[in-house]
Design a protein around this ligand. Structure first.
Ligand code: ZN
Length: 243
């Protein structure tokens, strides 16, 4: 092997190690054996693991959107009965996302504010244990994340959103209500009024401009680019609130 090749190989592994070690959870620091759940997933579920990931990479920090971005409206559906479970599954109405996701949402809102519009946040980070609960209630991977993959919400890299009029505070006319599991919720369902089609397109376009991709079966769900680099978490809102 040539010297250059060797050097490149070493550099490749070094960069790979640095990159993955800060974003994917591990237990090397504590000397413990890595623990995986029944589905073979590593879940960040202790304060120690979460803090360690943030120490290694500040992008792993979870940001409370309330206070971070002006003009956002919060309607955290899983803290109410207005969701498919018909019960409040969150103790608190909170919306956390990873730092780069929060920064991107800030840019989205800034552009929307110029047009007298705002984002309504229906959901953001969702602890993995809630995803398990959803799966027990509704075993359809078109609408509920499978426990063997987890949800992008568990990574702090997905948001459920809509648009509202900043002056009136009223949501724009959208194709369906949140958690409507019918074909009307598809991102490209065609048989809608011109107004609903235009509003949905506006939402998808502005989110897309800042790195978010709409989920095919839910016009309100958006995944942030690079979500796979961030670990699945089962850290309660209360801990994130304090740290
Ligand atoms: Zn969602």
């Amino acid at each position: 092997m040539k010297k250059n090749c060797k050097l490149n190989l070493i550099l490749f592994f070094l960069v790979g190690f640095l990159f993955t070690s800060c974003l994917i959870p591990d237990t090397r620091f504590s000397g413990q054996k890595e623990v995986r759940n029944n589905y073979g997933l590593k879940i960040i579920e202790t304060a120690e693991e979460y803090n360690h990931s943030v120490d290694l990479d500040s992008n792993c920090r979870m940001i409370n959107l309330d206070g971070y971005i002006q003009d956002l409206k919060f309607d955290i559906k899983y803290a109410t009965k207005s969701n498919f479970t018909k019960q409040a599954v969150y103790d608190e109405a909170k919306a956390f996302v990873r730092l780069p996701v929060a920064k991107a949402l800030k840019l989205v809102q800034s552009e929307l504010s110029g047009n007298n519009l705002g984002l309504i946040i229906f959901d953001a980070y969702r602890p993995y244990s809630i995803t398990l609960k959803f799966w027990e209630m509704y075993r359809d991977t078109n609408f509920v994340a499978a426990p063997w993959t987890g949800s992008r919400h568990n990574r702090g890299c997905a948001v459920d959103v809509s648009l509202y009029n900043l002056k009136t505070g009223i949501e724009l006319n959208m194709p369906t209500i949140f958690d409507d599991f019918s074909e009307k919720a598809s991102w490209d369902y065609p048989n809608l009024s011109d107004e609903k089609l235009a509003n949905r397109t506006m939402l998808i376009n502005i989110m897309g401009k800042y790195g978010f991709t709409v989920y095919p079966t839910e016009w309100w769900h958006f995944d942030f680019a690079g979500y796979e680099k961030y670990g699945l978490m089962d850290i309660p809102f209360s801990y994130l609130e304090e740290n």
